[in-house]
Ligand binder design. Structure first.
Ligand code: 13P
Ligand code: SF4
Length: 357
């Protein structure tokens, strides 16, 4: 049998299994997932939408087609008796690995020692439960790329300074979009040094020096080069890109914001997109009346770990679990010591966003 017919057979079997499981299962997929996974999903969105959907889901089983911090966030928000699965638990995120709970605590102490205002953490969703729990314990909130400015503004407007972690670029782009002067933004370098142009006493945002390898390598030269080659082109990038790249682009936003901007643009529009490649290719196929191209092909190998075979295995394990309580492939659990405070930090984000929309 050819590879294509094998894939078609597996897609058919996975769809049949999903239908058999009915309302007991919801498959939530991130925008970076392969097209064959997106086609089987009940819900597709950015990481904010995945968390909000998980908090509202009624199904007993939530299969999160995405990376581990997304599944873990769904598990933190899950109701009593709900089980969250990820088809491949090795789907990590190198940026989330750039900080842990004790490291975050030490950084917060170092900032509090130099900054006059009380400091609270605003932690990007791309982090693990220990860091989310640290955030809840310190009175802070989680944010995503779709609401970082809203969450940061919520805390700044209450007279607090913000420790933004772990993505330096999203923090810098958020500060710039909010008009916060550069002299009031600082970066924590390795070894605990706090660097910036002004006096950290008056600091408003303190950034952890983390980054996403998929996004941080886009360059201004790529933006300018693409514009030169394709007249009328608009460039849209994810805010995990460097500050200069976001400034050179025409627009930036979360994966959902990028998807919407392209979907809603008039037929014949030309776009170069600076984010994960499988998502860009899917939009090019989904919107044939527009020209959608890669600013440069950049792959998140962690996202692409989820495929039809491990999704099928996850669904098959749910069927077996319901029949005989056999192990789920793979259940995501959160240590009890982290769950309550991590949930408080996530709910703080959901509440702030809901109150402001
Ligand atoms: P979004 O919240 O925009 O979907 O981004 C998640 C992510 O990991 C981007 O690299
Ligand atoms: Fe993490 Fe970057 Fe992949 Fe997003 S694209 S999941 S930030 S490695």
């Amino acid at each position: 049998m050819s590879e294509a017919s094998d894939a078609a057979r597996l897609a058919g079997e996975t769809r049949a299994l999903r239908e058999e499981l009915g309302a007991s299962v919801v498959i939530a997929a991130h925008h970076y997932q392969r097209p064959e996974i997106v086609a089987l999903a009940d819900f597709v969105g950015d990481s904010f939408m995945l968390a909000r959907e998980a908090s509202r889901a009624k199904a007993e089983f939530i299969v999160l087609a995405g990376v581990r911090f997304m599944a873990e966030s769904a598990a933190i928000l899950a109701q009593e008796g709900q089980k969250v699965l990820i088809p491949d638990p090795a789907a990590g995120c190198p940026m989330a690995d750039m900080i842990d709970g004790p490291g975050a605590e030490a950084a917060l102490e170092a900032i509090a020692a130099v900054c006059e205002a009380p400091v609270v953490p605003v932690t990007y969703m791309n982090s693990y439960a220990d860091v989310k729990s640290f955030t809840g314990a310190a009175g802070g909130s989680i944010c995503t790329s779709s609401n970082a400015a809203t969450i940061v503004d919520y805390h700044l407007s209450r007279g607090r300074a913000v420790f933004f972690l772990p993505d330096r670029n999203l923090g810098q782009n958020t500060a710039a979009a909010m008009g916060i002067p550069e002299e009031r933004v600082f970066t924590l370098r390795k070894g605990g040094k706090i660097e910036g142009l002004g006096d950290p006493k008056a600091g408003r945002i303190f950034l952890w020096d983390g980054w996403c390898h998929v996004h941080t390598n886009f360059t201004v030269a790529e933006v300018l080069g693409a514009r030169k080659r394709y007249p009328g082109l608009r460039v849209i990038v994810h805010p995990e890109c460097e500050r200069e790249v976001v400034a050179a682009a025409d627009a930036s936003g979360s994966t959902e914001a990028i998807y919407k901007a392209i979907r809603e643009s008039p037929a014949g529009s030309r776009w170069a997109v600076g984010t994960e490649g499988s998502f860009v290719s899917r939009m090019a196929a989904e919107f044939p009346d527009k020209e959608v191209m890669h600013l440069r092909v950049a792959t998140c190998f962690n996202m692409s770990r989820i495929g039809l075979s491990n999704l099928h295995a996850s669904l098959a394990s749910i069927k077996a679990f319901r029949a005989s309580r056999s192990p789920l492939c793979f259940r995501v659990d959160v240590a009890e010591e982290h769950r309550r405070l991590a949930s408080a930090a996530l709910r703080s984000m959901l509440d702030i966003v809901e109150a402001r929309t």
